[in-house]
Design a protein around this ligand. Structure first.
Ligand SMILES: Cc1cc2nc3c(=O)[nH]c(=O)nc-3n(C[C@H](O)[C@H](O)[C@H](O)COP(=O)(O)OP(=O)(O)OC[C@H]3O[C@@H](n4cnc5c(N)ncnc54)[C@H](O)[C@@H]3O)c2cc1C
Length: 531
């Protein structure tokens, strides 16, 4: 008798779609098709010369914000030769190697845009979905029914454009950073960048290398973190550690923010000195990474400006200014809105700013857990490990090996996250999907038994436990146990330093290790001379 396989549609072939395809494949028992609307996989990290509406866009100079080990896929450590902060094409290569090893691309259908996902006529009994696909080359439209649908279309791809008084009269060019590619067109121009998020700082820093002058306009300022952390190691290798994140469970978020600002941020880069001191605490908005903005401000290549009051024909009047600041180009780095345009309106419920998705994945009102959203999160940390964990949990749910709690419990969980986030974060339409990196990963992993058993490790492998509790949080820990655990997980955790140090030093970690005596002397000298 032919075995029955559940037919699953994965919508979108970025990292979330690739990880989801891999997770479904390793679980087995599924007939998987991944529909990708462009002609390539990789989503954000597949560089394109043109920007496409609804597809994330990067610059030729884009570098990832998290280091290779902290952001690695859980059973696929990046090779030691790879740089710690990968340039976009290195990251794309990493994804390609992952795709080749897991046989992902054989499930992909390119140039296939999902235009509609509706409950199938027999949905109430079966939980099935009718999915409509448009072939972007031939315009052929096809419809098919699926047992499960995983939505992996990203949410950093629909530019948000504000409208200021007088903007229509402005004769210069206005674009969103979504469309910013090369900087050559801005040679000798006066450029104003609006917004001080990661994209805003990238746009200001990059264009300032050719522009006559760059102004950076910000309403609220930003805390800027450098990729290079303590002792020249990746910042997240030092900071994304479980015992540090535990502080959030013990103290109020504002206190933890204050502690971090005083003990880490201000020592490296006094934000007040550069007039970028924000009006919010560091953990109440997205962390902003940039390595060059300090020197650009020091040299005057970039000049800080407050919010825009209004546009004129040939420039901008900023709040508090009476004169016009001339501008040829305005780059709006004003963020992205979210939308799943192909879903029926009542699938992802929205109450004002609150998005009703259990664990940012499941519409709680649906009677079947057969439509799952992957990658729709804003973590305080890298996005890949939590996205991959979501996909592994989703595979277990679709396989019938895990169940969701009652509708009431799901709504309660959503409400609690929303209330906590509303207290902590500056209000935003994505407040509901903000998650604390480590606690979210632990939470999702524990749903399907992949969270490491601390008590067991205490008695059986104390060295590993020490690394997990006090070392950087690495996704390999979620392959130590549970479904599809991986024999190489322990080794990957214990050898992570070697892979971090190799591209910098071409030596292994033993050769770089300092004795306790050296560390102590350094601390004392530091205290005497630089206090
Ligand atoms: C400039 C920039 C820098 C970033 N830097 C970081 C970073 O440093 N670290 C980090 O963790 N994250 C970063 N991100 C967020 C980034 O989106 C994630 O890294 C990650 O790539 C998200 O993967 P995804 O698969 O969820 O979404 P995407 O990468 O956006 O992929 C979605 C895919 O779905 C496809 N698609 C969309 N609509 C449809 C449809 N209707 N039918 C079929 N296919 C569809 C798209 O073509 C795309 O291939 C950055 C984003 C941007 C824009």
């Amino acid at each position: 008798m032919a075995s029955f396989k559940k037919k699953i549609a994965v919508l979108g072939g970025g990292l979330a779609g690739m990880a989801t395809t891999a997770s479904l494949k390793e679980e087995g028992g599924f007939d998987i098709t991944c529909f990708e609307k462009t002609d390539k996989h990789g989503g954000t990290w597949c560089y394109r010369e043109e920007s496409i509406e609804g597809v994330a866009s990067i610059m030729p100079t884009t570098i990832i914000n998290h280091s290779k080990e902290v952001g690695a896929l859980s059973n696929f450590p990046p090779p030691k030769e790879v740089n710690n902060f990968m340039r976009h094409y290195e990251l794309y290569q990493y994804f390609n190697e992952f795709a080749a090893q897991k046989g992902i691309l054989e499930h992909f259908r390119f140039n296939s845009e999902v235009t509609s996902v509706k409950r199938a006529p027999d949905y109430e009994e079966t939980g099935r979905w009718t999915v409509t696909i448009r072939n972007t080359l031939s315009e052929e439209v096809t419809t098919d029914v699926y047992d499960g649908v995983l939505v992996c279309v990203g949410h950093v791809n629909r530019p948000k454009l504000p409208m200021y008084p007088g903007q229509d009269e402005f004769k210069g060019q206005i674009l969103h950073s979504h469309s910013l590619k090369k900087v050559a067109p801005y040679q000798d121009k006066i450029v104003t960048v609006v917004g001080m998020g990661c994209s805003g700082l990238d746009a200001a820093v990059e264009t300032s290398s050719v522009a006559k002058q760059v102004y950076l306009s910000t309403r609220s300022g930003a805390h800027v973190i450098n990729r290079i952390g303590y002792k020249g190691l990746p910042y997240d290798y030092n900071l994304i550690r479980s015992y540090l994140y535990k502080l959030f469970d013990i103290f109020p978020a504002n206190f933890v923010s204050w502690l971090f600002e005083k003990s880490y941020m201000d020592l490296r880069y006094n934000q007040k000195l550069y007039a970028v001191k924000p009006d919010h605490h560091i953990f109440s908005k997205d962390p902003i990474l940039n390595d060059h903005i300090g020197s650009k401000l020091m040299s005057g290549s970039v000049i800080m400006k407050p919010d825009i009051k209004c546009f004129t024909k040939d420039g901008i009047i900023f709040e508090g200014d009476s004169e016009v600041t001339q501008s040829d180009v305005v780059i709006m780095s004003t963020g992205y809105t979210w939308k799943f345009p192909f879903l029926e309106d009542d699938i992802v419920e929205k109450e004002n700013d609150k998005i009703n998705l259990y664990k940012c994945m499941f519409p709680p009102q649906l009677p079947h857990a057969t439509l799952i959203i992957i990658g729709f999160i804003l973590p305080f940390g890298p996005g890949f490990p939590p996205g991959e964990l979501q996909s592994r949990w989703a595979a277990q749910i679709l396989a019938g090996k895990c169940r969701l709690p009652s509708k009431e419990k799901m709504y309660k969980d959503i409400e609690t996250r929303y209330e906590e986030n509303s207290k902590r974060y500056t209000p935003n339409e994505k407040t509901s999907i903000r998650v604390d990196y480590i606690s979210y990963c632990d939470d999702i992993a524990s749903q399907f038994g992949a969270k490491p058993d601390i008590l067991r490790l205490f008695f059986t492998d104390f060295r590993l436990l020490y690394r997990i509790l006090l070392g950087p949080s690495l996704s390999y820990q979620y392959r130590l146990q549970g479904p599809h655990s991986w024999d190489g997980a322990r080794e990957a955790i214990m050898t992570c330093e070697d892979r971090i140090l190799w591209p910098i030093t071409k030596r292994d970690s033993k050769a770089m290790r300092e004795s306790l005596f050296q560390i102590l002397i350094q601390k004392i000298l530091n205290f005497i001379f630089f206090w």
